[in-house]
Design a protein. Structure first.
Length: 246
């Protein structure tokens, strides 16, 4: 079909309450425009598909997390009304759009599906007593602190992005993925030890979600760097990012 300024399309989907990251897999070239995305009539951001040369596939994302405030059906709308000044047209092509669950503890403690397996609840605190380094952590902290997050994911390979911070008192987070009807598999570890406070800081682990549907991401702090003084672990966000997205 021929693309034109003002093109729109909609997609209905069903999700549970929570925070989500919106990704798009598409192509870029000199004739592509900018798509403005909205969910349930509320704008969530834009994706510019302009490129100097043909590239496909390209992964892009909406920078901010989307907060889904109710269970049930929702509507995603894409509207193409603008383009880069260098673009020749308003083409907007999409191979797929993925809306993937995320943990977001910035302003709230009650994340759907997140529960404590061992130790104390998450509380809002600081790294090294610096009010500019706001984080969430199980407190009082102890060796063996553990949590799990029940969520639903498409089968696939991802890079797990975990936002927190580092300092001399932080431990190592071991991560498992467990299908709802299956065994847990250790998928990686993140060491938050550093000689000085570093925040915010993103740790990354490549993981595979083995089966489509419900499963558990499990985190446990039972180890630490030989130079670390304690078993703190700072957690603000967790995002599943499709492999290939930069």
């Amino acid at each position: 079909s021929v693309c034109a300024r003002g093109d729109k399309w909609e997609w209905s989907f069903t999700l549970a309450e929570g925070f989500y990251k919106v990704f798009s897999c598409h192509g870029c070239n000199p004739h592509h425009g900018i798509g403005d995305l909205s969910i349930d009539g509320t704008p969530i951001g834009s994706i510019d598909q302009y490129g100097h040369a043909n590239r496909c596939p390209v992964w892009d994302s909406i920078p901010e997390l989307w907060h889904c405030t109710r269970n049930g059906q929702h509507r995603l709308q894409v509207s193409v009304t603008k383009k880069s000044t260098d673009s020749h047209n308003y083409w907007f092509l999409t191979r797929c759009i993925e809306i993937l669950p995320a943990i977001y503890l910035q302003n709230r403690q009650d994340v759907p599906g997140l529960s404590i397996s061992r130790g104390n609840p998450f509380v809002r605190t600081t790294i090294g007593g610096d009010p500019n380094f706001q984080i969430w952590a199980q407190y009082p902290q102890a060796q063996g602190d553990a949590w799990q997050w029940e969520t639903s994911m498409p089968k696939g390979t991802y890079t797990l992005h975990i936002k927190g911070g580092k300092n001399p008192y932080h431990g190592i987070l071991d991560l498992w993925i467990q299908p709802r009807h299956g065994d847990a598999e250790l998928v990686g570890s993140i060491d938050q030890y550093a000689q000085a406070c570093v925040a915010p800081w993103w740790g990354r682990v490549d993981v595979t979600w083995p089966k489509k549907g419900l499963g558990y991401l499990i985190g446990k702090v039972s180890r630490k760097n030989s130079s670390a003084y304690d078993y703190w672990f700072a957690l603000n966000e967790i995002r599943f990012v499709p492999k290939g997205h930069i």
